[in-house]
Design a protein around this ligand. Structure first.
Ligand code: 5RP
Length: 228
């Protein structure tokens, strides 16, 4: 799993706080990353104690972790709806998020958007007055150069995400590549989101505009819940 800023204690506080919101009989979207992992482990412990819950994983990583933690799994196309999703973020400003640090944002967006409520789990290092984190854009391999040109035309600076323990680029769970696109401070996230979605060959981008219903911000001393 990639490592990110913020203490593990803060991430655990956030993850466990959101897991407490899972009710008996719930279908839960299981996000990806080191903070969502704490929620998955807590849901697994609750399932061990008798909670009736089914999880919809958002990545290879969350699926494997959920299996290890004992969370019964179900595919998105096997359920009528998702009661809540619990997911991490690389940056948040109000209910707007930048996601995709783990290159899982395409499936995360599908599951998070399908959920009645999205609970984001984060540590304080993810908070921003205005979003300025590079936006990951998952692209079809053949569209890598043309999509990069389109990002430049929008004023962004795209960089192909390189793998750390493999030569060459990161390949997503869907077999695609990721362009990390720096735009500086993002004044109009909804407009940029629409522009990125319109790029031919862009499968999904990591701007989650207005999607968070709650953000559980963990610290070493507790949790602050922001509701939108
Ligand atoms: C994966 C994500 C993660 O949720 C995001 O990168 C946050 O991860 P972490 O909790 O490890 O900081 O979007 O694609």
């Amino acid at each position: 799993m990639k490592t990110t800023g913020g203490s593990d204690r803060a991430k655990r506080a956030a993850g466990e706080s959101a897991a407490d919101a899972v009710e008996d009989g719930a279908v839960v979207g299981l996000g990806t990353g080191s903070t969502a992992a704490h929620a998955i482990r807590a849901i697994g412990r609750a399932a061990d104690s008798g909670l009736d819950v089914r999880g919809v994983p958002t990545s290879f990583q969350s699926r494997e972790l959920a299996k290890e933690a004992g969370v019964p799994l179900v595919a998105l196309d096997e359920v009528n709806g998702v009661d809540l999703a619990i997911d991490g973020a690389d940056q948040f400003s109000g209910p707007h998020l930048v996601k995709g640090g783990g290159a899982a944002h395409a499936r995360e967006k599908v599951v998070d958007a399908a959920a009645d409520r999205l609970l984001v789990v984060a540590d304080p290092s993810k908070a921003a007055g205005r979003l300025d984190h590079p936006i990951p854009v998952e692209v079809l391999p053949d569209a890598r150069t043309t999509a990069a040109d389109d990002v430049r035309a929008l004023g962004g600076d795209p960089a192909l995400r390189e793998a750390e323990r493999k030569d060459g680029p990161v390949v997503t769970d869907n077999g695609n590549l990721v362009l990390d696109c720096a735009f500086g401070e993002i004044d109009r996230p909804a407009e940029l989101a629409a522009d990125l979605s319109a790029i031919p060959g862009a499968v999904e981008h990591g701007l989650f505009v207005g999607m968070a219903d709650e953000i559980h911000v963990g610290t070493d001393d507790g949790v602050e819940v922001r509701r939108f």
